[in-house]
Structures are given as C-alpha cells and as structure tokens.
Design a binder for this molecule. Structure first.
Ligand SMILES: [Zn+2]
Length: 188
C-alpha cells in the first residue's frame, strides 16, 4: 500500500505507528557536510519542508548562518540570517517549503536530546505547532547518525515529552521544490 502527497510523491506505507520524518538525501548530505566542516564544534540550522498529516517531509535545510557562534557543546545561530532565508524559501516556493523545526550536531556525542534540547524544543512548540528537532551525532571517523523528534504542542503547561520518530532518508523527484541558501561565509 502506498500513500500519495500533493506533490505526487509515493511513499511506502509502513505498519509502524511512529510518526515518519522523511529527510531528502540532499538535506541529509548537507547536514553531514556541515557537521564535518565544523567538527569538533557544534553547528546546526533549520529544517524546511511540509507536513503530511502527522508526518513530516524535510526537503532542504538551512545552516547556522555566517555570524553564528560555534562552541563545543552549543552554538548560537545567526538568527536574522536564518529568518531571511526561511522567508525567501517560503516565498520562492509559493509556500511549499516552510519552517518545520531545527537541527544541530552533537560532535563526539549521542543522537539523543539533552535536557537543554528538550527545553529548547518545548519553547519552539509554543510558537510552531508540533515542531521537529533533528540531531546528527558522531565524528569524522564514525560518520553521523541522525535521529529526529517531534514535540506535541499540547496545552499550556503540558509536559508531554518529545516523541521519537521513524527517520527515513529518501530521494525526491527532480521536480520537487528546492532551496539553496548559498554561501554562508562571513560577510555573505
Ligand atoms: Zn543537543
């Protein structure tokens, strides 16, 4: 059995009831390239795509931005730069690519949410419905293991934990929308 989306993509239907997060191969490669480029420092960015019911399709990612600060266990994104690119991605694809959540790396760490990550994701969930967080953990010799979570927005003061997802990497059809944020060198 298959399920068809508005873009005509066909996904294999799976019996598991965990939420599916579909990550395009291009987006996964971009995350791994950034993870390696900044290693042993942390980096991250923004997930762009759309929702199919409870599931998410991440088509592209945006990086940390040229003025981001990268540390060993945290990083501070270039928020203004990211916001500009989120808007550009949304408009240049007529709203197909929208903000779905954030991604970041755990250099030499585990693909698990830290307590701080859980707090961050809960904060995002007050502004964005059921946001996603993707973590890429690893190093230059092991490569990068990717996992994603969704945080149910819930009601005020709800403490529902983030839910693990079934993360699947896929190759999108060539006519799907893409967004390339271009160079992120300082001053760009
Ligand atoms: Zn983290």
């Amino acid at each position: 059995m298959v399920t068809q989306t508005r873009h005509g993509a066909v996904y294999p239907m799976q019996s598991e009831d965990r939420v599916k997060v579909w990550l395009s191969r291009r987006a996964a490669e971009r995350i791994r390239l950034d993870a390696a480029r900044y290693f042993p420092l942390e980096t991250g960015g923004v997930l762009l795509g759309w929702r199919n019911g409870p599931n998410r399709t991440i088509v592209d990612v945006i990086g940390a931005g040229p003025n981001a600060l990268h540390g060993r266990v945290r990083f501070l994104p270039d928020h203004a730069w990211q916001m500009r690119h989120i808007r550009q991605a949304f408009h240049s694809t007529s709203g197909d690519l929208d903000y779905l959540g954030d991604w970041h790396t755990h250099p030499d760490g585990l693909a698990r949410m830290s307590a701080e990550d859980a707090t961050t994701l809960r904060k995002i969930s007050r502004k964005v419905k059921d946001p996603a967080m993707l973590i890429a953990a690893g190093n230059l010799s092991t490569g990068w293991h990717l996992e994603a979570w969704l945080q149910p927005t819930g009601r005020w003061m709800d403490r529902e934990p983030a839910q693990g997802t079934d993360l699947q990497i896929f190759t999108p059809p060539e006519d799907w929308p893409i967004y390339n944020s271009g160079t992120e060198e300082p001053g760009a």
